[in-house]
Design a protein around this ligand. Structure first.
Ligand code: ATP
Ligand code: MG
Length: 213
């Protein structure tokens, strides 16, 4: 395994996906096939189908542990089918969300328990964690306001309609994960203007994956 695995994490509306979309262009130009950009849950047929089941607003009867298991199943398939082959080929892999999201959202947010969700994900990933995780730091309310402002109602998924209390627990979960994995986490101030966040992210990736540049 000689590639490098970097994940984006942080609360809803922090800007992870927008920033990822923005950094792909310049990086692709420099790295070409040595770069893989992907997202969770999804990135392949099976995982996208599972994603659809998880995020469908009609699925109101979904049990929390079922949800956690589905995320872990989608993650497993994504890891085996997409991430590991890229890492084995020596690529730089940038992934929008990974295990930390489940520990924060299902473990802390849904209150299943962070340790339990982490253990389940250990099984799913055979303990394959990212080399580095970029944390997009933002107060819960700011992230939620951004989402409310920018998305029309057809784009809002099942997790977006959760209460502010849920999102506060997610945020506290992330804080605990970051503290426990201090050497893996790099934090970016996601409240800055978009261009600043993008510039910071590019700098951080160039630093932590300097061997690619
Ligand atoms: N730095 C910023 N300042 C202001 N608005 C921003 C900034 N970054 C992103 N946004 C806007 O906030 C909204 C949410 O961004 P985005 O979807 O990228 O967040 P996310 O972290 O991927 O959220 P989710 O976890 O829900 O997928 C978008 O409409 C985006 O344009
Ligand atoms: Mg996103």
């Amino acid at each position: 395994m000689n590639g490098k695995f970097i994940t984006f994490e942080g609360p809803d509306g922090a800007g992870k996906t927008s920033v990822m979309n923005e950094v792909v262009g310049p990086f692709k130009q420099q790295l070409g096939d040595r770069l893989l950009v992907t997202r969770e849950p999804g990135g392949n047929k099976i995982s996208e189908e599972i994603r659809h089941v998880i995020l469908d607003r009609q699925n109101t009867e979904m049990d929390y542990r079922t949800e956690a298991l589905l995320y872990a199943a989608a993650r497993r398939q994504h890891l085996v089918e997409t991430i590991l082959p890229a890492l084995n080929a020596g690529k730089l892999v940038l992934c929008d969300r990974y295990v930390d999201s489940s520990v924060a959202y299902q473990g802390a947010g849904r209150q299943i328990g962070m340790k339990q969700v982490y253990r389940m994900n250990e099984f799913a990933t055979e303990k394959r964690l990212p080399n580095k995780t970029i944390y997009f730091d933002i107060p819960v309310e700011v992230g939620l306001t951004r989402i409310a402002k920018h998305r029309d109602s057809t784009q809002i998924d099942r997790l977006d309609v959760e209460t502010t209390e849920f999102h506060k627990r997610v945020h506290q979960g992330y804080m605990a994960i970051r503290k426990k994995n201090a050497e893996r986490f790099v934090t970016i101030d996601a409240t800055q203007p978009f261009e600043r966040v993008v510039a910071d992210t590019i700098n951080v990736i160039r630093q932590i994956a300097s061997e690619y540049f």
